[in-house]
Design a protein around this ligand. Structure first.
Ligand SMILES: *Cc1c(COP(=O)(O)O)cnc(C)c1O
Length: 409
């Protein structure tokens, strides 16, 4: 048997049926029409937002990195919950505007922005987080051509990284942002070019469960923002301090307690350099806001035995939930939390391997996990499915249908 990650504590059952947002998993499937199905509970998302507001200083805005889950009904609700959206493509720009987020609360990062994406963003009045000097030149030229003042911030590749992150995005040679020693020059150039300079975007890492590491990185980020602003000789309207709040996906993971981060950030803000006195600050979070709110529901098609090992074959798989198969940013495959939704809480029988319906050995949702006795027609739930699921998986691979999605609450 191999261990699995922790099922979030609030999930309960009624007569053995997993409840999501107070509704039984089987009736949610009836409502949506069929499996495979992603269910997102807005109540859980709103509770995370409240947790953030309670823990963080008032001067810190909450931005949602919409790539974590851009499901339209969820985005529309998120627009009313957070202070800004962070986007990373022209397609996400359209989704963010459609969801009703005000353009001056949207910022657009990401390498390789095409001219048509830059133009759409400048035309809409969205802030561009510049990833290079070349992008800055193109943005200024496009703004000039369409007669708009562009809102430009500079994304900095910091000279440090967030220790222990699942995905490192700063420190060393990176395709993201401009190296710290050239960032001030780029900010001066865009100011001289007539842009509305919006400040700094400094993102050092993702999926981190170590509050001390996050605190240290935020302190280093504040110091870097102050030093760069001094070099520019101007106060940044906004300092985006990055994010990195992680979730407990795997065995042994301890949930991140954000309260000490809020306390330390409060102190750092009180003691901030004069040049940052009138700046606003933001944290940009994706998975931490929405990941635990999602459950991926599949149905068991077949139960078979090979050389003594039991395989439970479900009608979903890595084409919808790549991360749970261990093929999205993890080095070693570990088990996401998983359960039989219609026997929730029943005693485990012999370990089984849960595989998806794709004809590839990569399609494994649970490796020798302890589940109750499973039969054809049972429902298998994969938890922590609210982020980087439906939108971050190779849905076209092998020609299976797209998953259904349902927002509750
Ligand atoms: C992906 C990304 C995020 C969100 O990361 P999470 O781990 O989902 O919180 C935030 N900012 C930037 C720049 C990103 O690329």
């Amino acid at each position: 048997m191999k261990p699995m990650g922790p099922i979030p504590a609030w999930f309960a059952s009624e007569e053995g049926m997993l409840l999501i947002g107070g509704c039984g998993a089987a009736s949610l499937i009836d409502e949506a029409g069929d499996t495979p199905l992603f269910v997102y509970d807005m109540g859980i998302v709103e509770a995370q937002v409240r947790r953030f507001r309670d823990a963080m200083p008032k001067a810190v805005d909450l931005h949602y990195a919409i790539k974590a889950n851009p499901y339209a009904p969820l985005l529309t609700r998120m627009a009313g919950q957070v202070d800004g959206f962070d986007i990373a493509s022209g397609g996400e720009l359209a989704m963010a505007l459609e969801a009703g987020m005000a353009p001056d609360r949207i910022s657009f990062a990401g390498p390789g922005k095409r001219d048509d994406e830059l133009e759409a963003a400048i035309f809409a009045g969205v802030t561009l987080n510049l990833e290079s000097e070349g992008e800055g030149r193109r943005a200024l030229a496009i703004a000039d051509r369409i007669g708009k003042t562009p809102r430009l911030a500079v994304r900095v590749n910091p000279d440090f990284d967030l220790k222990g992150s699942g995905m490192r995005m700063g420190g060393g040679a990176k395709p993201f942002g401009v190296d710290a020693d050239r960032a001030a020059a780029l900010a001066r150039a865009v100011i001289a070019g007539g842009a509305d300079w919006r400040g700094w975007h400094i993102f050092a890492g993702s999926q981190n469960l170590d509050a001390m590491a996050i605190i240290e990185t935020q302190a280093a980020t504040m110091a870097l923002a102050a030093r760069l602003s001094d070099e520019v000789g101007a106060s940044p309207p906004l300092v985006n301090l990055g994010g990195g709040f992680g979730l407990a996906y795997f065995p042994g993971d301890e949930p991140l307690d954000i309260r000490p981060i809020g306390v330390a950030l409060g102190t750092a803000l009180e003691e901030r350099a004069d040049i940052l006195r009138d700046s606003r600050f933001a944290l940009e979070l994706g998975r931490w806001l929405v990941g635990e709110a999602g459950v991926y529901l599949t149905r068991v098609i077949d139960v078979k035995i090979s050389q003594g090992e039991t395989f439970v074959v479900v009608d979903g798989g890595l084409h919808h939930q790549l991360a749970a198969s261990g093929n999205f940013g993890t080095v070693v495959r570990r088990n996401y939390p998983i359960a039989v939704a219609n026997r929730f809480g029943a005693l485990p029988a012999d370990p089984v391997t849960v595989v998806g319906c794709l004809c590839t050995p990569l399609d494994r949702l649970g490796d020798r996990v302890a589940l109750p006795q499973v039969q054809e027609g049972d429902l298998v739930a994969v938890f922590l499915a609210g982020a980087y699921g439906a939108s971050a998986s190779p849905a076209a691979f092998l020609g299976h249908p797209s998953p259904r999605q349902l927002l509750l609450g």
